[in-house]
Design a protein around this ligand. Structure first.
Ligand SMILES: [Zn+2]
Length: 62
């Protein structure tokens, strides 16, 4: 697949990009480490979400 796309945030992928690269989407979202704070998408790589927040970093309960 297009390497540029692979490094692009999922938030910016078009519908067609997702459809034609679904195998990569599965690969990049398996065992996610980051969640996007803007669109709630998850990814294993930080570069695949536009506003990454580490999933291991848990917010303290008030
Ligand atoms: Zn996002």
């Amino acid at each position: 697949m297009d390497n540029k796309l692979k490094k692009k945030s999922f938030c910016k992928w078009g519908k067609e990009n997702i459809k034609t690269n679904i195998a990569d989407v599965i690969d990049l979202t398996t065992k996610p480490k980051y969640v996007c704070q803007k669109c709630a998408r998850v990814a294993r790589r930080k570069s695949n979400v536009c506003d990454p927040y580490g999933l291991t970093k848990k917010k303290k309960k008030a």
